[in-house]
Design a protein around this ligand. Structure first.
Ligand SMILES: C[S@@+](CC[C@H](N)C(=O)[O-])C[C@H]1O[C@@H](n2cnc3c(N)ncnc32)[C@H](O)[C@@H]1O
Length: 277
């Protein structure tokens, strides 16, 4: 793990937000003063959900939802770990007036931003804050391993989790897969990203020493033992078992370039898994 990443993880969650806000403050100030800020894109200092081109990544994901998992404009979509709108924003111009979007997240400031900037313009986009524990993103809250999603059975065509199961522990992922199965309609799909640990990724991590999972916990591995949700990799056989136990079927896996695979041969940094009910 890089030293900078290690230092960043050592800060309490609320300090990490402040550090980010301060680091990007001059850029955000410039964008604001020069009129370059797009109201539908959060200021850089508020994007707590990862680095990279926020807008381009969201659009790339939408392309994958359509082409790899059959998302349609009239679908009812659940975005778990909706963050600060990276997935919701491109969906606003894809879902039609019969489509529906629900998102939830454990970080209130992300949900608040999405409500203010997205729901106010697109009333069929709803965001909920759920106070669950996650040692990367916040301090305290209820256990996600027991959380019952606040939605009816069979009420979604499509469930998406981009870079969310990569920050959750096995008991939480097992519960979420069961809940996803419950809220999906028969035939509905789930698009989820993971770090999948298998013989190939284990060998491959030598090619990417800045991104490794040194702490072996049996059927999963951690990047950082102090901040367990920092990044979590799942043993592939164990993950398949969780998927099956939840009553879901794995349709496809698109392995990512995180363990040193050739970037041009991969869809994304993380592994993409398509599930079907
Ligand atoms: C790397 S960010 C990705 C956010 C968003 N999916 C995206 O692609 O921009 C991970 C998100 O998962 C959320 N999260 C962590 N644990 C969660 C949980 N148990 N339930 C729902 N969201 C969670 C975090 O608050 C954070 O917004």
């Amino acid at each position: 793990m890089s030293t900078l990443r290690k230092l960043y993880y050592q800060l309490p969650p609320s300090w990490r937000f402040v550090a980010r806000r301060l680091y990007y403050w001059p850029y955000d100030l410039y964008d604001g003063l020069s009129g370059q800020r797009d109201a539908m894109i959060p200021p850089r200092g508020m994007i707590f959900t990862g680095s990279g081109d926020f807008k381009a990544q969201g659009e790339k994901m939408l392309e994958y939802f359509r082409t790899l998992a059959g998302l349609k404009p009239e679908h009812s979509v659940l975005d778990i770990g909706s963050g600060i709108g990276r997935i919701a924003i491109p969906l606003t111009s894809y879902l039609d007036e019969t489509g529906r979007y629900e998102g939830f997240d454990v970080v209130k400031r992300g949900v608040d931003w999405c409500r203010k900037q997205i729901s106010s313009r697109y009333p069929n986009f709803n965001f909920q804050h759920i106070d669950l524990d996650n040692d990367l993103y916040k301090s305290g809250g209820a256990n996600a391993a027991n959380f019952i999603f606040p939605y009816e059975d069979n009420s979604f065509d499509f469930v998406v989790l981009t870079s969310v199961f990569t920050h959750m522990l096995p008991s939480e992922v097992a519960n979420y897969l069961t809940e996803i199965q419950r809220v999906l309609q028969p035939g509905g799909r789930c698009f989820a990203t993971f770090f999948i640990w298998n013989n190939e990724s284990a060998r491959g991590t030598e090619k990417n020493p800045a991104f490794t999972f040194p702490y072996d916990k049996g059927h999963y591995r951690l990047m950082d033992e102090q901040v367990q949700a920092a990044n979590v990799a799942f043993d592939e056989t164990y993950l398949d078992q969780l998927i099956q136990e939840a009553g879901l079927k794995k349709e496809a896996t698109y392995y990512g370039f995180w363990p040193g695979r050739k970037k041009e041969e991969c869809k994304d940094f993380q592994d993409i898994v398509i599930l079907e009910k």
